[in-house]
Ligand binder design. Structure first.
Ligand code: GTP
Ligand code: MG
Length: 202
C-alpha cells in the first residue's frame, strides 16, 4: 500500500469522543518506550507526526490519525512504567480497556514488544487479556536494529513457545525497526488486507 497522506485528527481520554467509527481502525499499544509512536511515524513516513521521546510516558492520550482518508491509526499510551502512580495506572486501565472493548471499528490491535528482552510477565498478561477479550491482535517486535538477528529470533521463539502452551493458534508476528524502516511493507500490506475485509463487510 502506498501512503499518500497521513494527518493527526484528535486526542481523547474517552473512546466515546473519538472520531466517528466509520473507517477501519488499527491501534498500537505496548509498554512505555517500546517504540509505538516511532513505528507509526515510520509506517506513514512522517518523522514528527506522532510525538516520541527517549523518556517513557510520552503518549498519554488516545491519539487518532487518518491515513489516505481511508483508515485510522491510533497511538495509545504505554503501560508498565514503574514511576506511574496507582491512580494514574487505574486511569490508564479504564481509558484503554474501555477503548479496546467498545470501539466498534477497531480491526486489529498491534501489540509492540521489545525484541531485545526475553518474555516479560506484563506483556504476557496483556496478550492473555487481549485473547480473552476476543480481540484480533498481532505482535510486533521492535528495535531490532539494536541487537543481532539471533537475539530477535530467540525472543520470538520464546514467545511462541510460551503462547502455544495456552493458545491453539499463534498471533501473526512482525519484525520491525523504526530506525531502519524494517517491517514497513509487511505491516502496510497486512493493514491493506484488513481494509479490504472491512470494505467487503460494510
Ligand atoms: P510512550 O509514548 O512513552 O509509551 O513510548 P512509545 O512506545 O511511543 O516510544 P517512542 O516511539 O516514543 O520511542 C521511545 C524511544 O525509543 C525513542 O528514543 C525512540 O527514538 C526509540 N526508538 C523507537 N523505535 C526504535 C527503533 O526501531 N530503533 C531504535 N534504535 N530506537 C527506537
Ligand atoms: Mg508514544
Amino acid at each position: 500500500m502506498i501512503i499518500t497522506e497521513a494527518e493527526f485528527l484528535q486526542s481523547n481520554t474517552n473512546y466515546k469522543k473519538c472520531p466517528e467509527a466509520i473507517l477501519p481502525e488499527y491501534a498500537f499499544i505496548g509498554r512505555s518506550n517500546v517504540g509505538k509512536s516511532s513505528l507509526i511515524n515510520m509506517l506513514v513516513s512522517q518523522k514528527g507526526l506522532a510525538l516520541t521521546s527517549s523518556r517513557p510516558g510520552k503518549t498519554q492520550l488516545i491519539n487518532h490519525f487518518i491515513v489516505n482518508k481511508r483508515w485510522y491509526l491510533v497511538d495509545l499510551p504505554g503501560f508498565g512504567y514503574a514511576k506511574v502512580s496507582k491512580i494514574n495506572r487505574e486511569k490508564w486501565a479504564k481509558m484503554i480497556y474501555d477503548y479496546l472493548e467498545f470501539r466498534e471499528n477497531l480491526m486489529v490491535v498491534f501489540l509492540l514488544i521489545d525484541s531485545r528482552i526475553p518474555p516479560q510477565q506484563i506483556d504476557l498478561d496483556f496478550i492473555n487479556k487481549l485473547a480473552t477479550m476476543g480481540l484480533p491482535f498481532v505482535i510486533v517486535f521492535t528495535k531490532t536494529d539494536k541487537v543481532s538477528n539471533n537475539i530477535v529470533n530467540n525472543t520470538m521463539f520464546e514467545y511462541k513457545k510460551i503462547l502455544s502452551e495456552s493458545w491453539e493458534s499463534l498471533p501473526q508476528m512482525f519484525i520491525t525497526s523504526a530506525e531502519k524502516k524494517i517491517g514497513r511493507e509487511e505491516i502496510l500490506d497486512y493493514i491493506d488486507s484488513c481494509n479490504k475485509l472491512y470494505n467487503k463487510n460494510s
